[in-house]
Structures are given as C-alpha cells and as structure tokens.
Design a protein around this ligand. Sequence first.
Ligand code: NI
Length: 138
Amino acid sequence: MPLVYVTRKSHFNAAHRLHNPSKSDEWNRATFGKCNSPNWHGHNYELEVTVVGEPNPETGYVMDLADLQKIIQERVIDLCDHSNLNLDVPFLKGVIPSSENLVVAFWNQMEPHIKGGKLTSIKLFETARNVVEYRGNL
Ligand code: NI
C-alpha cells in the first residue's frame, strides 16, 4: 500500500529567553549569549507538522488537512502565538524554550489528538537558517 506524507505549515510569533534557573547568571550568559538577554527577544516561528498514512479509498485523503490544522491551531498556535513562551504557556511550564524542547512539547500536545494519519515529524524554523525536527522517540 502507498504511504503518503502530508504536511501542514503554520506560523506564530513569540518571545522567549533561554535560561536555566538552576545555573548561575554567569553560566547562563556564557552558554546562551544573546538568547539569555533578561528582557526577552522574539522569533517569527514557522511550524511544519507531517502525518503519514495510506490514502483513504473513499476520500483520497491520508487525513483531512482541515482537521489537522484545527489540532495545530487549538493545541499549539492559540496557546503560543503572541505569547511569552517562558511565562504564558501552561504546557511549557518549567521547560527551557529552546527549539529542541519546543518540538518535543508540541508533539506531546498534538499526537494524542491526531486520527487517521500518524504524526511522523514536527519541524520548527526558529529562523530561516535554524531548523529543528522531531520524529518521535526512538
Ligand atoms: Ni531565541
């Protein structure tokens, strides 16, 4: 049977600060540099969520992209867009909001809600050149 990968792209803006509160200010500055700036900084994040599956013979769809978009919107975008990722987002409480940690948290937010297709990849573009991808646990 043919396996088809289907991707939905989304966008959100958010502020954050990379800071590990269990370490000294000096360690944080040395480790995170400008990303440790106490007055926050913002990113225009691009998010790509990919599901995989066999096209349903009745619809030709792996999964209705409107359904996927609704999950992305409600589980991630509505909570993160125009937010401070360190302070405002309940599911990120206690998480250092690096792109690596964000994709894992986003996966856990969305995966249980995705039906039909199987979640296979989440890519987060923090900038056009810095991209992180999570494909689930090994
Ligand atoms: Ni940053």
